[in-house]
Ligand binder design. Structure first.
Ligand code: FPP
Length: 230
């Protein structure tokens, strides 16, 4: 099912539920993250097929450092592996990868893999895949808001365009410090499906739901009129 008729669409996803997915199966939590990485592959492909222009994935929040060291190490290794192994096909697919968040606390191997992935995919024009690692929206806003800025200038400094559709898997209904500024007029889609089970059909259902909505951006939408922010 292909639902996309627009030219620009920024979808952000809070990929929640990996740990519970594993625990339900009597598996260690890192196994949930491992299967979650497979889901990432499938959803990136689906995003390209649906002609989504930008996909932002919340992979590791700045609060996730509080998790057990073995789980943190497993996630860092998984992210490094993903960036090293998946880059060739992502580049061939026309995907540009950039990473949001702090780099100074990441293992050196992951920081290098990020630099390599960003450099080798920088010409990608079909989909801008952003992966948020050691990311906190509040920190990003604080860092960008050092001077007297207009809202547009601050948006520019955050390196991320406004979110159109924010998806959260795993049943919870909160933003968890992800893209706070950019989600000012985002549409929200919450699903109980846990991230490792979230597949292309679920993604298509979320997009279809989004396209049924009317976005007024605080104004009034007249019949046949398309509202735009600002
Ligand atoms: C939240 O689930 C998920 C994470 C903290 C990690 C997300 C990482 C991946 C999906 C894998 C790799 C990502 C990429 C981009 C290759 P949770 O552990 O908080 O689940 P729970 O709420 O059930 O405990």
């Amino acid at each position: 099912m292909q639902t996309t008729l627009h030219t620009k669409l920024h979808v952000a996803i809070i990929m929640d539920g990996n740990g519970r997915w594993a625990e339900e199966r009597g598996l260690p939590r890192p196994d949930g993250h491992q299967v979650g990485a497979d889901a990432v592959r499938a959803i990136v492909r689906a995003a390209v097929e649906h002609r989504v222009s930008a996909l932002s994935l919340y992979a590791f929040s700045s609060y996730n450092w509080q998790r057990p060291p073995a789980e943190v190490a497993g996630l860092m290794g998984l992210l490094r592996h993903f960036l090293l192994v998946e880059v060739p096909w992502l580049r061939d697919f026309g995907v540009r990868i950039t990473v949001l968040g702090r780099r100074d606390r990441l293992p050196i191997g992951l920081a290098k893999a990020i630099g390599h992935a960003e450099a080798s995919t920088r010409d990608g024009r079909r989909l801008h895949l952003r992966i948020a690692i050691d990311y906190s929206a509040r920190d990003a806003i604080l860092a960008a808001a050092a001077d007297h800025l207009t809202a547009d200038e601050l948006s520019g400094r955050l390196d991320t365009e406004d979110v159109d559709l924010m998806i959260r898997t795993g049943g919870d209904q909160r933003l968890s410090d992800f893209l706070l500024w950019e989600s000012a007029y985002a549409e929200f889609y919450f699903t109980r499906v846990k991230w490792p089970d979230f597949g292309p059909d679920d993604f298509a259902a979320a997009l279809a739901d989004y396209h049924r909505r009317t976005r007024s951006f605080g104004g009034v939408v007249e019949a046949g009129a398309a509202a735009a922010p600002h």
